[in-house]
Design a protein around this ligand. Structure first.
Ligand SMILES: Cc1cc2nc3c(=O)[nH]c(=O)nc-3n(C[C@H](O)[C@H](O)[C@H](O)COP(=O)(O)O)c2cc1C
Length: 441
């Protein structure tokens, strides 16, 4: 019997894997970052599994690690998300295509154009992961010595969203009459010039692109701090969460949905999808052994610098077998840092142990059989910890193939996941309405 609620599944696609040891795993596709044939195969396999979306993150620069760590990491480079997703739009039919674009280092006009274009190219499958950019070094690629302060980044992001969505509403859906008889291509009364002037942006408009197929591409958000949650509550339709316990996820879920109620939004119009690293085995022991093997492939020199990066404080000079020193407050992203500090405190871990965790993958992981993974996902769905998950595969192609061939059928058997796509757009997959145009009926 089908459940009344079903999971939504995104694929969080680092081409080799999210795990920094993964490229050394037997059978991994080492060059997947720039191997389009491999990425095409992954996207088509995800579509065979009826995934809601393929998500491509972006970091606008090489992560700030010393060369000893950098030279060991496959996560340093990848395709630029838009060119990749545009190419994937041509070799897939249904799967949603979500890219990150930064509100700190981009201009709203550029972002509005690119997502509107991708939405038209893909027949309504685009989504925008709105990020304020976590990596403190990125500013140096854009003429800044440092990154703007956390609160200032979020204030700019809020106005950025208003400008982008306003630009998407430039043309009414019926603006293009294309009447060969009268020679009228579009009706100027169905065109709105934005004339936005705010604290951060001055954008006249209109956008030189017809209204996107979905009205607006789906708005995704991944910030977990106070201003991040507030931005999500006011604007987002999907949130990539980062909680790693069910209790934490329930608190996050309730908090974001309460904030939505307080700003007058229907909480059903936002899907919360925690990021989950999933390792599938024939037995739980086999899955745990795979994870342990994978973690053992992370070199200490990488782990210690991942830890320093996440804490935004260099801990490489301290005794690896001693406790973590006092870590100062930081202007960088808070989520990963707070999680590691919490682990250090509650589990009394040494710097070496924390480095192994930070260097591999420290977040939510479901490591087990298809049945145990489905049990966990079902519990998170029914206890309101999640509306679905943003899945990270431990090594590709094997981890992705096992998920699609073994976990998806188990979820489908339980009525927890679709067996066919019911619509054609990403909004259809997520059960989200098409937004009305604020300037036209
Ligand atoms: C699943 C997931 C995906 C993310 N993708 C990106 C990304 O592509 N680019 C980026 O700069 N930050 C990314 N982030 C980081 C968030 O945007 C955010 O900076 C982080 O969660 C910290 O929250 P805060 O900025 O509100 O403190 C991602 C976070 C999560 C949980």
């Amino acid at each position: 019997m089908a459940h009344s609620r079903q999971l939504h599944l995104g694929a969080f696609m680092r081409p080799v894997s999210m795990h920094t040891g993964a490229w050394r795993y037997p059978g991994a596709i080492h060059d997947a970052n720039f191997n389009f044939a491999a990425l095409k195969r992954f996207a088509q396999k995800l579509e065979e599994g009826k995934f809601d979306a393929f998500f491509m993150a972006d970091h606008l620069g090489v992560l700030n690690m010393p060369v000893e760590a950098l030279k060991r990491s496959h996560t340093v480079t990848s395709y630029e998300p838009f060119t990749l997703l545009s190419a994937l739009a041509g070799v897939t039919e249904r799967i949603g295509l979500v890219a990150t674009a930064s509100t700190t280092f981009e201009e709203p006009f550029h972002v509005a154009r690119r997502f509107a274009s991708l939405d038209h190219l893909s027949g309504g499958r685009a989504g925008w992961n709105v990020v304020t950019t976590a990596n403190p070094d990125n500013g140096k690629n854009f003429g800044y010595e440092d990154q703007p302060d956390h609160a200032a980044r979020y204030a700019r992001a809020r106005e950025f969203y208003d400008v982008v969505t306003g630009l998407w509403d430039s043309f009414a859906d019926n603006a293009f009459v294309r009447d060969a008889e009268s020679g009228i291509y579009f009706d100027p009364d169905r065109l709105h010039v934005l004339r936005h002037k705010g604290a951060h942006f001055s954008v006249r408009g209109p956008l030189n692109i017809a209204r996107p197929v979905q009205g607006w591409p789906v708005i995704v958000q991944a910030g977990a701090s106070e201003p991040g949650r507030q931005l999500a509550a006011e604007t987002a339709e999907a949130v990539f969460g980062a909680e790693n316990t069910l209790e934490g996820a329930k608190r996050f879920y309730a908090d974001v949905k309460d904030r939505m109620r307080r700003v007058g939004r229907d909480p059903g119009l936002l899907k919360i999808l925690p990021a989950a690293f999933v390792v599938v085995g024939d037995t739980i022991e086999e899955a745990r052994a795979k994870r342990a093997h994978l973690d053992s492939l992370v070199h200490y020199d990488s782990g210690i610098h991942s830890l320093s990066g996440a804490l935004n404080f260099d801990v490489s000079g301290f005794d690896p077998d001693g406790p973590l020193p006092e870590i100062p407050e930081t202007n960088a992203s808070k989520t990963a840092r707070d999680r590691l500090l919490e682990m250090a405190r509650t589990q009394t871990l040494t710097i070496r142990q924390l480095a192994a965790t930070a260097g591999s993958y420290a977040g939510l992981a479901f490591v087990g059989t298809p049945a145990s993974i489905a049990d966990d996902m079902e519990q998170w769905l029914y206890e309101s910890g999640a509306d679905g998950f943003n899945i990270m595969f431990p090594f590709l192609p094997e981890g992705l193939d096992l998920f699609v061939d073994q976990v998806i059928p188990e979820l489908q058997r339980r009525g927890l996941f679709r067996t066919e796509y019911e619509g054609t757009t990403l909004r259809d997959h997520l059960g989200l309405p098409r937004p009305s145009n604020r300037f036209f009926d």
